[in-house]
Design a protein around this ligand. Structure first.
Ligand SMILES: Cc1ncc(COP(=O)(O)O)c(C=O)c1O
Length: 389
């Protein structure tokens, strides 16, 4: 039996939780069940809070550097969970992957340059490219039998236009694809051929369902060593988003220096004391917690899929290979995204993410975060039924 109780329902109000306490702002009403933004309603491994508490025994929270032990915890984690050998000198730290992406855009491209994405995809990719005055080039994913595939012909055609940077979401949010070795190799080969840097956002890479295996694209071969920027974080894996701590792994010395130069320019090189302590504790002690979490999440996925199949047969669940996000295809209902949203909020009292938020190809979908105790999941599924039946 697991020693972790993921069934425990925890009241998260009065913690300034965006997920639970910004409902009025996001959904126009307080009375929706929040299954939207990607954090979990579970306690993280207790070793994280214990480490932070221990650090707080010394109440001076002065300027803090990242000690070598933190880099070693990352190195050890990547070897153990993903069989990826890195050198700790390859790591830069950032206050999140979104800021790291923005830094990478500034470091590796010029205003007006083209940056490639594959929609539907995590929406800040678009925002960071546009806010930095670069040009989004989109090669939408192909929806084949309720499963996303890469449109390689189009992908190559876009690269031929002179793209400087490709941002890949691996595993894929919102579709839950865990890209295969073949897919990753083909994408990396094409980027290599067309001299395009490859940023791999691997924030969801620890949340993988067997038999799928996450492959860090940077470990695919020395040929790609000089073109890959990998972003990882303990925040999604261990439910620590508020710690604002992530790591950017770049083996090429020149690229790493450019990345760090932009951080220095913007004054964003440092991460906060508790982010450092929490990150290290999570990577050092979180492995068995994560194994138990994945088993729990897999059952949530299975229960949600069975419920929707039995009660809402016109909705197709894209089976996630990774992530705790269910991507639901509602297109057979022939409703617009705003109509779906209204039904979910007003009739179902349910707060989900609308698919059109994720760019072209997301229309007619909703994203449901199932990282919650099973009682909450059941409540959410009943609300989904209430809204759409
Ligand atoms: C693909 C992806 N990248 C980045 C983030 C957020 O990263 P951070 O909180 O480290 O900025 C998320 C959060 O949902 C995500 O899904």
């Amino acid at each position: 039996m697991s020693t972790y109780n993921f069934d425990k329902v925890i009241n998260r109000t009065n913690t300034a939780s965006i997920k639970w306490e910004q409902l009025k702002k996001v959904f126009g009403t307080e009375d929706v069940l929040p299954m939207w933004v990607a954090d979990m309603d579970f306690e993280p491994p207790h070793e994280v809070a214990a480490a932070i508490r221990k650090r707080l025994e010394h109440e001076i929270i002065g300027y803090t550097f990242v000690p070598p032990s933190t880099g070693e915890s990352i190195q050890h984690w990547l070897k153990k969970r993903h069989d990826w050998d890195i050198d700790t000198s390859w790591i830069s730290y950032a206050t999140g992957i979104v800021p790291a992406i923005s830094t990478a855009i500034q470091a590796f491209t010029e205003p007006g340059d083209k940056v490639l994405v594959q929609s539907p995809v995590y929406d800040p990719f678009f925002k960071m490219i546009e806010k930095n005055h670069r040009t989004v080039v989109n090669s939408p994913l192909l929806l084949v039998n309720n499963h996303y595939e890469i449109n390689f012909e189009q992908f190559e055609a876009k690269l031929k236009e002179g793209v400087k940077l490709f941002i890949n979401c691996s595993p894929h949010n919102p579709g839950g694809r865990v890209w295969t070795k073949e897919e990753l190799t083909k994408m990396a080969d094409l980027c290599y051929q067309y001299n395009c840097l490859f940023l791999s956002d691997e924030i969801h890479s620890d949340l993988i369902y067997a038999p799928h295996v996450h492959i860090p694209v940077a470990k695919l071969g020395s040929k790609y060593q000089d073109m890959i920027i990998t972003c990882i974080a303990p925040t999604k894996t261990f439910n620590l988003a508020g710690l604002k701590a992530s790591a950017v792994i770049i083996s090429n010395r020149k690229l790493r220096q450019s990345f760090q130069d932009v951080q220095a320019l913007n004054g964003t090189s440092a991460i906060n004391t508790f982010g450092i302590v929490g990150m290290e504790a999570a990577y050092r002690y979180g492995s068995s917690w994560l194994d138990a979490l994945l088993a729990y999440l897999q059952r949530n996925v299975d229960e949600a899929t069975a419920f929707i199949h039995d009660n809402l047969p016109s909705i197709e669940v894209m089976q996630p290979e990774g992530t705790y996000l269910l991507w639901l295809n509602l297109r057979k209902l022939h409703l617009g995204d705003s109509e779906i949203r209204k039904l979910l909020i007003n009739r179902g009292k349910l707060g989900l993410e609308s698919g059109n938020k994720y760019g072209p190809g997301g229309e007619g979908f909703v994203r449901m975060n199932i990282a919650c105790p099973r009682d909450i999941l059941k409540d959410g599924l009943n609300r989904l039924k209430q809204a759409l039946i």
